[in-house]
Design a protein around this ligand. Structure first.
Ligand SMILES: Cc1cc2nc3c(=O)[nH]c(=O)nc-3n(C[C@H](O)[C@H](O)[C@H](O)COP(=O)(O)O)c2cc1C
Length: 180
């Protein structure tokens, strides 16, 4: 059985990216994976600074080990000022410094929800670039939601048709390209 993690690069209350990460958890479960939403509110990491590496927060290692054990990791994150959101980058930076090979096994999937109609596609490109540079395998499809308002129903289902189709294709790719 595939073991999947889904995460959000926004911990804002009522975050759209969190909605997308939860929706993808459901899609992966439907396809037979055991999927867990990892809430980064429970993994509070200070802004990375090499001085802190001598005494790293235990949450950094916990996340690194979760990533290392996963077959699939889906991350939805907003774009801030045309680039990656700080929570995404800080989390990745802390995990790489645990030196667990946390990005060597899973296939990664990406998504972005934006308040605007461009959906955060520029941030998605930066996220893909960062992951590729640390040798992570990233699925070709991504999920783009914008504007996010009205894209999800009250139960958290993605109802915007184009984004919904992309989510379906990405979940298929993540299952197909991963090993159980
Ligand atoms: C500092 C900051 C910068 C932002 N820059 C962008 C941007 O470049 N492009 C964009 O589409 N949205 C941008 N936004 C708006 C986000 O798309 C919007 O806040 C989004 O809903 C955040 O995701 P969330 O609902 O998961 O928290 C920005 C928001 C903030 C707070």
């Amino acid at each position: 059985m595939r073991h999947a993690l889904t995460l959000s690069g926004s911990i804002r209350q009522d975050s759209y990216n969190e909605k997308l990460a939860l929706y993808m958890r459901g899609l992966l479960e439907e396809k037979g994976a055991e999927a867990v939403y990892v809430d980064l509110r429970h993994y509070v990491l200070p802004v990375f600074n090499e001085d802190l590496e001598h005494n790293p927060p235990t949450e950094a290692m916990e996340l690194a080990l979760k990533f290392k054990a996963a077959d699939i990791v889906f991350i939805a994150s907003p774009e801030y000022n045309g680039g990656v959101a700080p929570l995404f980058k800080n989390t990745i930076d802390w995990i790489t410094r645990q030196r667990q090979g946390a990005f060597n096994k899973a296939i990664f999937g990406l998504g972005a929800c934006s308040s605007g109609k461009l959906s955060g596609y520029q941030g998605l490109s930066h996220m893909r670039d960062t992951l590729t540079k640390i040798n992570a395998l990233v699925a070709p499809m991504d999920v783009r939601v914008g504007p996010s308002e009205g894209a999800f129903d009250a139960a958290g289902n993605l109802i915007e048709e184009v984004a919904r189709g992309r989510a379906e294709t990405l979940s298929e790719q993540l299952m197909r390209f991963s090993k159980g």
